[in-house]
Design a protein around this ligand. Structure first.
Ligand SMILES: [Zn+2]
Length: 294
């Protein structure tokens, strides 16, 4: 199976950083796990791709970045958590929504998500995690990410995201890029990027032509006329870090009354992870025992 790639780097002579990813395999894995219909796969896939790109900017292995897209559309809330080395997982409320097509003949992500908010949480393990919520300006996800950076972090950002679902409902291509202008970026570069990114075809068009993230970045920076360094290469993947131990500690938070309620039903307790759909089963005796030995 083809492996995904993500690159992170910056221009040598201008204060511009870039991230670009081919996330096709991880988005297809997300679709397969959640049995997402094409519009849901596109919406979730864009949010997942944005999260791995943003997560890759976090400094430490244990840092976590979470994106929550909460709109009033049929898809409901989507939550994606990503680490700094390309891993991400997604919880989506209604992955089985009907296929929505917009006037341009594309999967209508904006309609599926609806109006609402985008929350960005950065957890570095110290004190309170950074948390910022902005309005969803387009609900197409890419514009919303750019708006978040402009408003909350005051970093001019270009964001492009795309997911292409084939006629069988399988994710064939997914990917995206983020370009950020650091302070004191000369007008020349700002003008160039504004013009260039407007001319760029959709990310999925580029991936369809077998272009790698390196090729896309090369194209954006005038076929290499602007020199750049690539600092990190990652392999994005759909990864859930749930475990029986984690679920156990969740069960331990139940009080006596809740446990009595479960015991009355005389059934096993089945807890399903919302991110990977893995099921964990506990019988009431083992829950009681865990509670006693705690
Ligand atoms: Zn899980």
């Amino acid at each position: 199976m083809k492996k995904d790639t993500l690159i992170h780097g910056q221009l040598k002579d201008f204060p511009v950083r870039f991230l670009c990813a081919d996330s096709s395999a991880m988005v297809e894995e997300f679709r397969r796990i959640h049995l997402a219909t094409p519009t849901a796969a596109a919406a979730g896939g864009r949010l997942i791709t944005a999260a791995v790109l943003m997560g890759a900017m976090m400094k430490n292995e244990t840092d976590r970045l979470t994106l929550i897209a909460k709109g009033d559309g049929p898809i409901g809330q989507m939550v994606v958590t990503a680490g700094n080395s390309g891993q991400a997982k997604c919880d989506i409320l209604n992955p089985g929504i009907e296929v929505l097509i917009n006037v341009a003949g594309k999967l209508d992500v904006a309609k599926a998500v609806g109006e609402g908010s985008l929350t960005v949480i950065k957890d570095t393990g110290y004190s309170e995690p950074y948390n910022s919520t902005v309005k969803l300006v387009s609900s197409e996800i890419a514009e919303d990410i750019a708006y978040y950076y402009a408003l909350s972090e005051q970093v001019p950002t270009v964001c492009a995201l795309g997911v292409y679902v084939d006629t069988q409902g399988v994710v064939e291509h997914a990917g995206g890029y983020i370009l950020q202008l650091m302070p004191n970026c000369p007008e020349e570069m700002i003008d160039y990027l504004e013009k260039k990114t407007r001319q760029m075809p959709n990310v999925t068009e580029l991936l369809k032509k077998k272009m790698q993230p390196e090729d896309i970045i090369h194209t954006i920076f005038a076929d290499g006329a602007y020199d750049y360094d690539i600092n990190r290469r990652l392999q994005p993947r759909y990864y859930c870090d749930c475990s029986r131990q984690r679920v156990e500690s969740m069960l331990m938070a139940l009080d006596e009354k809740e446990i009595e309620e479960i015991a009355k039903e005389k059934k096993d307790v089945e807890i399903q992870c919302h991110f990977c759909n893995k099921k964990y089963t506990f019988d009431i005796e083992s829950i009681k025992k865990m509670k006693e030995t705690k």
